[in-house]
Design a protein around this ligand. Sequence first.
Ligand SMILES: [Zn+2]
Length: 256
Amino acid sequence: MLFDTHAHMDDHAFDPDRAFLLETALPQAGIGLLMNPGCSLASSRAASGLSQRYDYIYSAVGSHPDAADEVNDEVLDAYRAMCRENPKIRAVGEIGLDYHYEDIPRDIQQRAFRAQMELARELNLPVIVHEREAHQDGMRIVTEFSQVMGVFHCFSGSAEMAKWLADRGWYVGFTGVLTFKNARRALEAAAAVPRDRVVIETDCPYMSPEPFRGKRNDPTRLCRMAEALAALWGVTPEEAEFITFENGKRLYKIDN
Ligand SMILES: [Zn+2]
């Protein structure tokens, strides 16, 4: 069984065949659990709805750095209310910093990140952190919230940073980048993290693994990430699936 710890099944890319994927293709591909994070208030509502409809889907609420300018008291209150009403919301996310495009100014991103870290502390939930080209500020802000833990998803930092996070109790999420020809940096980072802190994800519809790079991604391809970790760890793919499945359950406090 596989746990896709980060999949945007609410994304419009899945409008044509979402029901087929969720009801048939994903269960057939061995997806036993799936975390659908939110990217905005609207997508958090959609994610929450999917987790209410499907047993194996859990969800998170939060505003991505691309939507950081929507974060205000009303939006935070809406997230609080959703968490009260739906016990399958298991995290605040995805939240964080993205300095790659910088459509939203850095100070607005940082304010939204801190406000949602504070929300996670208040609700006693883990966080799903999106951090791209903002390693120093990302590490600085998480150290301001010592009680808040979670996962750095789609990890793009160094092996040193991965170890720094794991030493502080964080999980580190790896995508199809593990299968790319230039995967060395991601594999070195994965090798620096204790096995009980590594989770895998598709981040679909983005980040398709080889040989599907550039095409719409979906969770049926998650087995490729387990295979890459199995090769790294010197274990069978089934063992890598089991280890990362259990890690995902621990991260999001799911017992089943
Ligand atoms: Zn994402």
